[in-house]
Design a protein around this ligand. Structure first.
Ligand code: NDP
Length: 331
């Protein structure tokens, strides 16, 4: 049986280590579709999995990689046949099921999305879970009434990260006035190039307003960092505005009063890209294919190979990876 390469994670005495190994089809987990993986990505969660943090993985050996694009090699699923180009994000693949950091993956066909017209396999992974989440957050804000002619800026926190950079680029292309918050001086020009009109220093948002409410500032917000920043955001949203809570790069803690909700009608919406239902997933991917500024996406994408993953996994946890990193699993 032909072998293929995978980044295998093993656990010994509670410590997780990784190595590229040659494995074969018989070792792949159960599933009704086998995919020849072309590209995968490195997300914050992959950083945790490869470093054995957060107990996201319970069974070893394990293959990380929360998303991948590729070509169906064999299928017992009615919606897919050999040769179809597919995308996978979410469903806890890369955590409780082997993921995309390998040249082949076997998954449930119900987890897949067909490649939408207008996207190719590399760009689909430049989008990946991060970009999918960004569009999920944007469409959630729009469903609650946000439009590009809003009188005020839409704030994106953790703006130079994976979710933040794609959200900034899409919002700017759609005509929103975007404020990008970053803790990195060297990201200011990068965010301006993506279309941010204003740069907000991370430290400014980490400082809580003096009272329970601050000046009404944001017409909408996408928050990737949580903690004190989310507290400040809620207290400074405009009347009736929505904040989409995406991430916890700073902290999972949330301290707030009920006053933003009672006195300003602020909405706090949770964004979950993992268990998002398939129909909603397809809608979001088709919006990505039509609304994503491809030139900007290319500019914020770096390419890596399987052997780069351990180093990248550590860097992403330290907040040192900017934009999106696509992994060419055959590179
Ligand atoms: P990245 O690591 O690419 O980006 C996170 C960004 O947050 C960093 O680039 C940095 O931006 C900022 N940041 C990092 N550390 C801190 C800190 N201590 N305090 C404040 N800001 C910080 O991650 P992703 O963009 O992939 O993901 C962002 C968050 O969203 C993560 O928590 C991730 O787990 C979560 N997530 C949630 C999803 C969902 O479905 N809800 C899906 C995908 C991700 P800068 O340097 O510009 O300040």
């Amino acid at each position: 049986m032909a072998t293929f390469k995978a980044l295998m994670l093993e656990e010994t005495d509670g410590k997780v280590s990784s190595a590229i190994q040659d494995i074969d089809d018989a070792q792949l987990p159960d599933g009704d579709v086998t995919v020849a993986v072309k590209y995968s990505t490195v997300n914050y969660k992959d950083g945790m999995v490869i470093n054995g943090l957060g107990r996201l993985v319970r069974d070893y050996p394990h293959v990380s990689g929360v998303d991948f694009s590729g070509v169906v090699e064999s299928s017992d699923h009615p919606d897919y046949k050999p040769g179809d180009e597919v995308i996978l994000t979410g469903w806890r693949v890369g955590e409780v099921h082997w993921g995309g950091h390998a040249q082949k993956a076997r998954v449930k066909g119900d987890w897949l999305v067909p490649m939408p017209a207008g996207l190719d396999m590399k760009r689909a992974m430049a989008v990946g879970t991060a970009g999918f989440t960004a569009m999920l957050a944007i469409t959630t804000l729009e469903a609650r009434g946000l439009t590009p002619d809003a009188d005020g800026e839409v704030l994106v926190t953790g703006a130079s990260g994976g979710v933040g950079s794609v959200a900034t680029a899409i919002l700017a292309k759609l005509g929103y006035k975007v404020a990008g918050s970053t803790g990195r001086q060297e990201s200011h020009a990068f965010l301006k190039d993506l279309g941010a009109a204003t740069i907000v220093e991370r430290a400014e948002l980490e400082e809580a307003p003096k009272g329970p409410l601050g000046r009404e500032r944001w017409a909408g917000a996408i928050d990737n960092v949580g903690g004190p920043t989310l507290h400040t955001l809620l207290a400074t949203m405009q009347y009736g505005a929505t904040c989409a809570a995406v991430g916890l790069a700073a902290s999972p803690e949330l301290k707030t009063t009920v006053l933003p909700f009672l006195l300003r009608g602020v909405n706090l919406c949770g964004i979950d890209s993992v268990m998002c239902p398939t129909e909603r997933r397809k809608e979001v991917w088709s919006r990505i294919a039509t609304d994503l500024p491809m030139d900007k996406l290319d500019a914020l994408t770096e390419t890596a190979v399987l052997g780069d993953l351990p180093d990248l996994a550590t860097k992403i946890l330290k907040g040192q990876v900017r934009g999106r990193t696509v992994v060419d699993v055959n590179g």
